[in-house]
Design a protein around this ligand. Structure first.
Ligand code: COA
Length: 384
């Protein structure tokens, strides 16, 4: 039975800051941010948006009544959860009008959460023929104003329906993974912003990729020639470049040129959005599907979550995959955003809500929003 990604949807907040303007405001050479880090724009969520509202939006963009009837599993991968107890998935039951015979929960392991969800969904669909699973990656990446990590922030969500006979990407059940206790990135429960040993994190990331690529080749008796594309976790686009560069001189020049060319197609959206944390690999997949993919291509996907867990797995792009993706809707979402000044972004960053009504619905443009905090419980609404 073939199992994999049957649908993929995306949501990005409607405001962004320009990375050159950010560089100037921070008195940094813009080339450092656009070339050295590899970013052009950074998505900025409104204060009444969070992991829940963005997850609802990405899932809502793809789910039909038929999908909802067939769902048996909902997994949300996030490290920007708004509750230490109740899962983001539980909040989505009302917002998405899902039937209650669903196993719904949240997974956290830094940027690895969505991959953990995807692999669990594969197992679920294998054991429950005819059922579907919904996996959502949703995050707000925050390092703080004027920190080294500020340029690598971002926000957004990717939702995927996993089913039999997938129309987009068949998962091949070929995978290698590893876990080590590593202090490269963390966010204690008291803090809204992450702490990172950024350069150390780069080293661990590259080391994980090299280790897993060796393991993968040995386990499945393959070489780089068996793949036309490698997709990487891309918290900022230079990071994937560093992993890809380890193959230079080890594969033929033609293969390296092909992999580099395809990598460029996979980072187009990330350059425009920034870090989605656990959604970053899947935003890269979506970018590749929209900007470069061909039917029957063999993909290798490298997932990495600080702390640290890595997984390298393969999939095959399905014939007719492009008909299962609403390319125009995705490009419109990216193209019709509004630029925000650095001063307004800084002001918005400081907003903290207490109990009470959050926002006048007449001023809300987004379909899903945080409407009220009552006895410290967050309550959400959907605009009809
Ligand atoms: N023009 C072009 N490139 C420039 C430049 C310029 N004027 N100035 C610097 N650069 C390059 C540097 O050479 C470097 O490239 P390299 O990484 O290929 O060596 C890059 O820009 C970044 O410069 P660096 O001095 O290392 O930046 P930094 O000290 O500000 O830190 C990060 C950059 C990425 C480490 C920092 O933003 C960070 O910690 N981000 C969080 C990332 C993270 O940990 N995420 C979790 C990952 S899963």
């Amino acid at each position: 039975m073939d199992i994999g990604i049957d649908k993929i949807g995306f949501y990005v907040p409607q405001n962004y800051i320009d990375i050159v303007e950010l560089a100037k405001a921070r008195d940094v050479d813009p080339d450092k941010f656009t070339i050295g880090i590899g970013q052009d724009k950074q998505a900025v969520p409104k204060p009444y948006q969070d992991a829940v509202t963005m997850a609802a939006s990405s899932a809502d963009s793809i789910l039909t009544a038929e999908d909802k009837k067939d769902l048996g599993l909902l997994i949300v991968g996030t490290e920007s959860s708004i509750d230490e107890s109740k899962s983001t998935a539980a909040f989505l039951m009302d917002l998405l009008e899902l039937p209650e015979d669903i196993r719904a929960f949240e997974i956290k392991q830094a940027c690895f959460g969505a991959t953990a969800g995807l692999q669990s969904a594969f197992d679920f669909v294998s054991l429950n023929p005819g059922k579907k699973a919904l996996v959502i990656a949703t995050d707000i990446a925050r390092y703080g104003i004027k920190t080294p990590g500020e340029v690598t922030q971002g926000a957004g969500s990717v939702a995927m329906v996993i089913s039999e006979n997938p129309r987009i990407l068949k998962l091949e059940h070929k995978s290698v993974y590893m876990t080590r206790n590593i202090g490269d990135f963390w966010r204690p429960t008291f803090s809204k912003t992450a702490f990172a040993r950024g350069k150390f994190s780069n080293q661990v990331y590259v080391d994980f990729f090299q280790t897993l690529w060796q393991k993968y080749q040995a386990k499945f008796d393959v070489t780089a020639n068996d793949f036309s594309t490698m997709l990487f976790h891309i918290p900022y686009t230079k990071m994937g470049t560093k992993a890809l560069r380890t193959l230079e001189g080890k594969v033929s020049d033609e293969k390296y040129a092909e992999l580099t060319d395809h990598y460029q197609a996979s980072i187009k959206f990330s350059r425009e959005v920034g870090n989605l944390y656990t959604g970053s690999l899947y935003l890269g997949l979506l970018s590749y599907l929209v900007n470069g993919a061909r039917p029957n291509e063999e993909l290798l996907l490298f997932s990495y979550g600080s702390g640290a867990v890595g997984e390298l797995y393969s999939g095959q792009i399905q014939p007719g995959f492009d008909k299962a993706i609403n390319k125009d809707k995705i490009l419109n979402l990216l193209d019709n955003r509004q630029k925000m000044s650095i001063a307004d972004y800084e002001k918005m960053y400081q907003v903290e809500y207490q109990n009470g009504t959050i926002v006048d619905p007449k001023t809300v443009q987004e379909k899903f929003y945080l409407s009220e905090i009552k006895e410290n419980e967050r309550l959400y609404k959907k605009l009809n």
